[in-house]
Design a protein around this ligand. Structure first.
Ligand code: NAD
Ligand code: DAU
Length: 327
């Protein structure tokens, strides 16, 4: 199977490419990535010489490039490429609309033209908006995105839906909760806090720190995507989650304990605008239909993740410089 993976130089995409090459001897992977501030060829240094892997630097919004790549025998597209950080979307939404909505449309159009037989849109639980203290997101939950990032992903999901309904084009959509694990860019909560604490820099908790996210190890997310790629029904949406709800204060306490740092490094700061209060995913459909279940508990996954950041300073130190320069 020859895959076009978009955004494969980012956090989740690079973990997915590695998993494909390691566990599926029959797979060839073409990775199309623009290398924005979040893209990093270092994430796939260990596989760059693999004859089944090819990297193409380019923009998903480029119609000629996308069509040329898809016409070169691509069986399936796994679409990760996106602007992914909520705070940046609040600061400047425009690029989110270009990449996440128009870029997705361009890929769908080219994939259809090239008769690609499967298109997997990697989406997010944020399209469902925010929950109160009870309830969970199911695939039928209404789309109520609150940030420009979430709205751009919801827009992309709806264009995917329209390609299935209108053209019978075989699209499948996954919606996952918050990922953590190796190679996550250190602007997101867990890698930002871990790398700050390793340097005894205070960690900025937004608002009262009680916003809840539903956490999943990136490898479990990638295995779920792989299951949907192989067995998911066209036109369907599959929620992906690790059933691991934690508020930001709980995450912070765990990191302080694991790293042995003093409470004085905890700083409450101004809240994020439009900050969603709670996300919680019901992954029941994925478990029942495709037999997927997570391999990591949060407790085990976070220990391994902290260890990875401790062992890979050479990877994250230059990126922290980059965060400051691009904001
Ligand atoms: P990331 O920001 O780490 O990586 C995004 C990648 O896309 C980068 O390599 C970047 O260079 C590339 N890219 C951006 N614009 C591009 C363009 N115009 N053309 C080609 N490449 C481009 O993101 P991530 O956290 O790995 O997320 C990947 C996908 O998964 C996104 O679609 C995101 O919405 C979704 N998702 C993320 C999470 C999460 O917790 N991180 C959860 C659910 C869903
Ligand atoms: O739910 C899936 C989504 O998870 C993905 O679609 C997004 O691409 C991904 O970025 C992530 O979005 P969040 O906004 O939930 O992740 P982030 O790591 O930015 O923030 C997690 C929580 O931590 C959120 O409640 C805001 C809070 N936070 C974040 C940062 C960066 C802080 O309190 N302080 C911080 O410095």
């Amino acid at each position: 199977m020859k895959l076009l993976v978009t955004g494969g130089a980012g956090f989740i995409g690079s973990n997915f490419v590695r998993l494909c090459l390691k566990e599926h001897a029959d797979r060839v992977v073409v990775n199309l990535d623009k290398l924005t501030y979040a893209g990093n060829p270092e994430n796939l240094k260990d596989v760059e010489k693999d004859p089944r892997y090819r990297f193409v630097r380019g923009d998903i919004c480029d119609p000629d490039l996308a069509l040329e790549l898809m016409r070169d025998g691509i069986d399936a597209v796994v679409h990760f490429a996106a602007e992914s950080h909520v705070d940046r979307s609040i600061h400047d939404p425009a690029v989110f609309l270009d990449t996440n909505i128009l870029g997705t449309h361009n890929l769908l159009k080219c994939a259809r033209e090239a008769s690609v037989s499967r298109f997997l849109q990697v989406s997010t639980d944020e399209v469902y908006g925010s929950l109160g203290p009870a309830g969970v997101f199911v695939e039928e939950s209404p789309l109520r995105p609150n940030s420009p990032y979430a709205a751009s992903k919801a827009g992309a999901d709806l264009i995917c839906r329209s390609f299935f309904e209108t053209f019978s084009f075989p699209v499948v959509v996954t919606r996952c909760g918050n990922n953590y694990g190796p190679y996550q860019f250190p602007e997101k909560l867990i890698p930002l806090f871990v790398t700050n604490l390793l340097d005894d820099i205070p960690v900025p908790l937004y608002g009262d720190g009680l916003n809840v996210r539903d956490w999943i190890h990136v490898e479990d997310h990638c295995r779920a995507i792989d299951a949907v790629l192989r067995k998911g029904r066209p036109g369907e949406v599959y929620n992906i989650g690790g059933r691991a709800e934690k508020n930001n204060l709980q995450i912070t306490e765990i990191l302080f304990k694991e790293l042995g740092k003093p409470e004085t490094l905890k700083k409450f700061v101004k809240d994020r605008l439009g900050h969603d209060r709670r996300y919680a995913i019901d992954p029941g459909k994925l478990e029942r239909e495709l037999g997927w279940s997570p391999r990591f508990t949060f407790e085990q996954g976070i220990k391994e993740t902290i260890a990875w950041y401790k062992d890979n300073e050479h990877w994250w130190r230059p990126l922290k410089e980059r965060v400051l320069k691009t904001y």
